[in-house]
Write a protein that binds this ligand. Structure first.
Ligand SMILES: Cc1cc2nc3c(=O)[nH]c(=O)nc-3n(C[C@H](O)[C@H](O)[C@H](O)COP(=O)(O)OP(=O)(O)OC[C@H]3O[C@@H](n4cnc5c(N)ncnc54)[C@H](O)[C@@H]3O)c2cc1C
Length: 375
């Protein structure tokens, strides 16, 4: 299939989270006609709920398939966000705020990984540096557990703003978004998808159908999911607000992270809970996150909690998403299973899928993103 052919094609994208919107934007920019079917409202599920850290937490704990995707995305992100801001007037507040990894963590693995991947490490802060003026609130007991590592090039974005900018861009490019339109069934004939049955009627005759339904992707695929192992994994977040400009960078300790925003907001996350399609928040998680965060920022003890929410990540084994054509159905594609890093991986994943559809060269071997089908 040539890319020129592709310009005339039309696609139906199922699910309007960050992945569906980013995928639609890339297709629209190539001249394709795109309809997005969204069960609820655009960008209100996992993509809204996330923290917007544009890096794996402790990236040395992940396989190369994750690193390749996140590094490629990192190389695309600034320009992508800039173009969305310029086109939509909505600032996603992309910022290279850095990430301070606090002990305990595997310092040897971290150093080796940073050297191997040419990731900048600005400084190792060690115990007596508890006086480091940038981090005055962090208690001495934290520093006594070992050195901290500052990754200055880790960036962040405000997810709701990024989603609004992307939504606006997709509409401006002519994308047709239908909300309150859950896809119920994928009807096939031969080796092709023929029809989608949905809450808002049937859709057929598209050249390509793309599943970007996050944690619900396996449900949407139904019998066509083969051995795909994408399941919901709940994450809870807390939101506070400080009056004055808060500290930078992002703080990370184990699975706990604190993300400061320009306007004084502070996000605290997150839990990792295997509880099915359950988005309830819990008092136990709130107390646990707060207690651990207070050890890093004691002032939180006096602050009112502004908001507490939960989202369902599309969890995949080893955090490796599935991107590309269905192994048995020629006109069915998937871009899903980004688990903890869907915002981080969005521009790279959208590019890889576009290359797959148009037959353009890939930036690296993308075969591992087909392994999720399990066949
Ligand atoms: C608490 C938390 C913190 C996170 N922090 C970060 C972070 O700091 N950095 C990072 O990179 N990632 C983070 N993530 C992960 C990231 O948010 C996800 O990987 C990403 O949002 C997945 O995007 P998605 O578009 O695949 O899924 P979603 O945003 O969930 O979108 C899927 C869409 O499909 C729709 N849909 C479902 N079923 C159907 C159907 N039958 N028909 C039509 N539409 C349907 C849904 O309504 C939804 O809008 C976090 C996630 C959580 C929950």
């Amino acid at each position: 299939m040539s890319s020129n052919n592709e310009m005339n094609q039309d696609f139906i994208v199922i699910g309007a989270g960050i992945i569906g919107l980013a995928t639609a934007e890339r297709l629209l920019a190539q001249g394709a006609a795109v309809t997005i079917l969204e069960r609820g409202t655009v960008g209100q599920e996992s993509s809204w709920a996330g923290g917007g850290v544009l890096s794996p937490l402790c990236p040395w704990n992940y396989p190369d398939e994750v690193t390749r995707l996140t590094s490629y995305s990192a190389s695309l992100f600034a320009a992508w966000v800039h173009s969305l801001h310029a086109a939509s007037g909505i600032d996603p507040e992309y910022e290279m705020s850095g990430m301070l990894v606090l002990p305990p963590f595997d310092a040897h693995a971290a150093q080796q990984w940073c050297v191997a991947h040419e990731v900048k490490v600005e400084k190792n802060f060690s115990a007596p540096s508890a006086t480091v003026p940038s981090f005055p609130t962090i208690g001495r007991d934290v520093w006594e557990q070992g050195d901290a590592l500052l990754l200055p090039e880790v960036a962040q974005v405000r997810n709701p703003r990024l989603l609004r900018a992307l939504h606006s861009r997709v509409k401006a490019l002519g994308g047709h978004i239908i909300e309150q339109c859950a896809v119920h069934d994928i009807v096939t004939g031969g080796s092709r998808v023929q029809t989608l049955t949905t809450a808002c009627g049937t859709f057929s005759a598209a050249q390509g159908y793309i599943v970007t339904a996050g944690a619900w992707s396996k449900q949407v695929l139904g019998q066509h999911a083969l051995n795909l192992n994408i399941k919901p994994m709940r994450g809870q977040m807390l939101l506070f607000r400080f009056a004055t400009a808060p500290l930078r960078p992002i703080l990370l300790q184990d699975d706990l992270y604190l993300i400061y925003r320009r306007d004084g907001h502070l996000l605290i996350g997150s839990t990792l809970e295997d509880v099915g399609f359950n988005k309830q928040t819990t008092i136990a998680a709130r107390n646990d996150l707060l207690e651990r965060a207070q050890r890093l920022v004691p002032a939180l003890g006096n602050m009112p909690l502004m908001q507490h929410w939960a989202g369902l990540r599309p969890a995949s084994p080893h955090n490796i998403p599935t991107i590309g054509r269905h192994p048995q159905l020629d006109n069915l594609y998937i871009n899903s299973g980004h688990f903890r890093y869907g915002v981080t991986m969005a521009p790279a994943s959208a590019s890889i899928l576009l290359n797959e559809i148009t037959g353009m060269p890939q930036p690296f071997d993308v075969a591992p993103y087909q392994a999720g089908w399990g066949i």
